[in-house]
Design a protein around this ligand. Structure first.
Ligand SMILES: O=C[C@H](O)COP(=O)(O)O
Length: 245
């Protein structure tokens, strides 16, 4: 169950983390390195662009770490049938989880019907097997009313999670947005906070606000801070910088 309940004990922090590498120029060696890191730290998943799904799926076999692919990324501005085709390919390549970007223009126009149509087509495709669908609403570009509408559309369309941000279109996750999204979807869906989460304090604040998953390219720094109290230097450590801000 991707949602949350007050009576459910929290898993260890590593099991919240989707270890993320979405840089367009990532190499196979980079991808294999984050797979090895994810296995070593028992992260929840490795999240990559679709061209790397097969590589990740093979590298993670038998580890208990899931394979996650972004779809319609990072703009969400491709037609629904293209997103559906892309999602089908990723699932066939071994993706357990699909993170799709919504039609952001439809959210801005408060067009609930178009949002539901776009998301439900991808959800149907993803749910043919056991994979799950996360819906990236790109909070930075939306008003609060638009964020709520996008969350409600995700619930209606049968998504499993709502997710704050791509990390590529401006600002990332905020505590306020995670709270708003948790309230909008209720306890039945997961909420993934992503974009700009760099420290242990960032991650804990998101979980306290209702996040059940953390998407971050700084997962190693976050876990290092949890285990030995060593915080990464935000000025000199740019290893996490997958997004464009
Ligand atoms: O989907 C996840 C984000 O792209 C991660 O963003 P980040 O590089 O700011 O952690």
């Amino acid at each position: 169950m991707p949602g949350t309940s007050a009576s459910t004990p929290r898993p260890e922090l590593a099991r919240y983390i989707d270890h993320t590498l979405l840089k367009p120029d990532a190499s196979e060696a980079d991808v294999l390195r984050i797979c090895a890191e994810a296995v070593a730290h028992n992260f929840k998943s490795v999240c990559v662009n679709p061209i790397w799904v097969k590589t990740v799926h093979n590298a993670l076999k038998g580890s208990g770490v899931l394979t996650c692919s972004v779809i319609g990324f990072p703009l969400g501005a491709t037609p629904t049938d293209v997103k559906t085709y892309e999602a089908r390919g990723a699932v066939l390549d071994g993706a357990d989880e699909i993170d799709m970007v919504i039609n952001i223009a439809a959210a801005r126009a408060l067009d609930r019907g178009a949002l539901v149509e776009d998301i439900s087509a991808v959800a149907e495709e993803v749910h043919i097997g056991d994979s799950i669908l996360k819906v990236i609403i790109e909070t930075f570009l939306l008003t609060d009313d638009e964020k709520r509408l996008a969350c409600e559309a995700a619930v209606e369309a049968g998504a499993d999670f709502v997710k704050t941000s791509t990390g590529f279109n401006g600002g990332g996750a905020t505590v306020q947005d995670v709270s708003l999204m948790r309230a909008a979807v209720g306890p039945g869906l997961g909420v993934k906070a992503s974009g700009g989460i760099r420290t242990l304090a960032d991650a804990r604040a998101m979980i306290d606000a209702g996040a059940t998953r953390i998407g971050a390219s700084a997962g190693i720094a976050i876990i290092r801070e949890e285990t030995d109290g060593t915080a990464a230097d935000p000025v000199t450590d740019d290893s996490h910088r997958a997004g464009s801000y």
